[in-house]
Design a protein around this ligand. Structure first.
Ligand code: SDX
Length: 433
């Protein structure tokens, strides 16, 4: 919990001064507590995009953007990527500690045993066009799960929340695979309880009734690492969305459905798809990398180097470093030559020596290399952000649960500075211009 320091900050406004308490986090980050600001001064703060505003205390994930540090419940992401599994990391994020043998067995088995969907869920898929983007389908179907489990929606009932957590983590891969099968006109493949989480997902994606697909263990492991790297990232756009929706006491399915929609945007999770589209354009344009570096720097050109830049990381994104190493291994295993990897590495090399990127502290983020690995796995482009959602699900859940347990719990309701018309009056239509 944020610790209130003896320190305060003095705010003087119109000859009146107030002392605002300073709260301090575990690693010394400090926050000005303005919860009494309006009541004592009539002032509110103004901070578009909450660039300078903390929304909560949290003990789940720590980022140090200056030093490129990412810890899940205190454990460095590098150690989890090397030694853990996605389901174990999900347990760590949600329950606050690594599971012991019994806890791990119960959690993993429960997830496997809830991976099937109610047969009526398939009817949702028959209602969407084959061209539907899977993020739209996944958001809709996840939200609709609340209609199948009306008896387990109370955010303050521990048992309701527990079973909903297991159902969500278990069923999202199935929902995702079904959205892919729908888009290519193939029959849905049921989950296979004998497989691990990632192998099960890949089998549902690529098996057909007449030909089984069993993922190469190297590929399944690479996907597991990708999910670990995406599992949480403190108060990013989609996590803040999950918290905001949950703060109205909406159920967990509704909150996660909103998070999936927020993640879809190309400035957020949709960037992994946008990176590949960008690399494809550069490749088809003859690989003229400097042309695109110049476009990214041109204020009058809307082009951005997708997969570069981050609100928090003003140094390297540790996840991107891990993924860059993984890329070549997966490509070698798949026996794939990927020209996009060469372009990506040249882009990174040139950009990191360019003053524009150096001054604005723009480094490759998690999305810059992840798409290259997904391509090598033969994951279709419009499923990339869905994989981000599968990975981020435990983080969304952990943050939502933490919010409900927070003694400062309140419904989220930001203020505004009104800049519209002064008070006017209604004009009859015949008098209007
Ligand atoms: C994710 O928050 C999280 O933790 C997110 C995430 C997670 O795990 O949840 O890490 C996942 O969303 C990663 C980010 C994926 N998005 C992209 O790769 C899209 C490209 N990147 C950007 O659009 C941008 O960098 C953001 C959205 C990531 C961050 O935007 P900010 O913090 O609001 O910064 P900004 O847009 O104000 O940019 C600051 C300056 C601007 O120049 P000036 O107006 O100050 O002159 O840097 C420039 C921008 O024009 N800039 C870029 C750039 N990113 C920022 N210029 C060229 N290419 C880019 N990619």
């Amino acid at each position: 919990m944020g610790y209130f320091m003896k320190e305060t900050a003095k705010l003087t406004y119109k000859e009146k001064s107030i002392e605002l308490p300073v709260t301090e986090g575990t690693f010394g980050e400090k926050g000005l507590d303005i919860s009494k600001l309006r009541a004592t001064t009539g002032l509110i703060t103004f901070d578009p995009g909450s660039v300078n505003t903390g929304s909560c205390n949290s003990s789940i994930t720590y980022l140090n953007g200056e030093e490129g540090i990412l810890l899940y419940r205190g454990i460095p992401i590098e150690q989890l990527a090397e030694k853990s599994t996605f389901l174990e990391t999900a347990y760590l994020l949600i329950y606050g500690k690594l599971p012991n043998q019994d806890e791990n067995k119960y959690f993993s088995e429960s997830i496997i045993n809830h991976s099937m969907l109610h047969e009526s869920v398939k009817d949702f898929y028959s209602g969407v066009p084959a061209t539907a983007h899977p993020m739209a389908v996944c958001s809709a179907v996840i939200g609709a799960l609340a209609t199948f489990y009306p008896d387990a929606l109370d955010p303050r009932n521990e048992r309701h929340v527990e079973i909903s957590i297991h159902r969500l983590i278990a069923k999202l891969p199935t929902i995702a695979a079904y959205s892919y099968k729908k888009s290519i006109g193939q029959p849905f493949m049921y989950p296979d309880d004998s497989l691990d989480y990632c192998s099960n997902y890949l089998r549902m994606m690529f098996s057909v009734p007449c030909a089984e697909y069993y993922a190469d263990p190297v590929i399944a492991k690479a996907l597991d690492v990708l999910f670990i790297l995406h599992a949480d990232h403190e108060q990013n756009c989609s996590t803040s969305t999950v918290r905001l929706v949950g703060s109205s006491m909406a159920n967990l399915f509704a909150s996660i459905s909103a998070g999936i929609s927020a993640l879809w945007g190309p400035l957020h999770g949709g960037a992994n798809q946008a990176v590949i589209e960008m690399l494809q354009n550069i490749h088809e344009d003859g690989g003229n990398i400097n042309k695109y570096i110049d476009k990214a720097k041109d204020k009058n050109d809307p082009f951005r180097l997708m997969g570069f830049g981050h609100r928090v990381y003003k140094n390297f994104d540790p996840r991107s470093r891990i993924l860059k190493k993984y890329c070549q291994g997966v490509l070698d295993t798949m026996g794939v030559y990927e020209p996009y990897l060469e372009i990506a590495m040249k882009l990174e090399d040139i950009a990191l020596k360019d003053d524009y990127f150096i001054e604005k502290k723009l480094y490759p983020n998690v999305d810059f290399y992840s798409g290259i690995i997904y391509r090598a796995m033969k994951i279709p482009l419009n499923m990339f952000t869905v994989l981000f959602a599968i990975g981020r699900l435990p983080g969304w859940i952990a943050q939502w649960v933490e919010m409900h347990r927070d003694k400062h719990f309140k419904i989220g309701r930001p203020r505004q500075i009104f800049t519209g018309a002064k008070k006017t009056h209604y004009e009859p239509i015949e008098e209007r211009q």
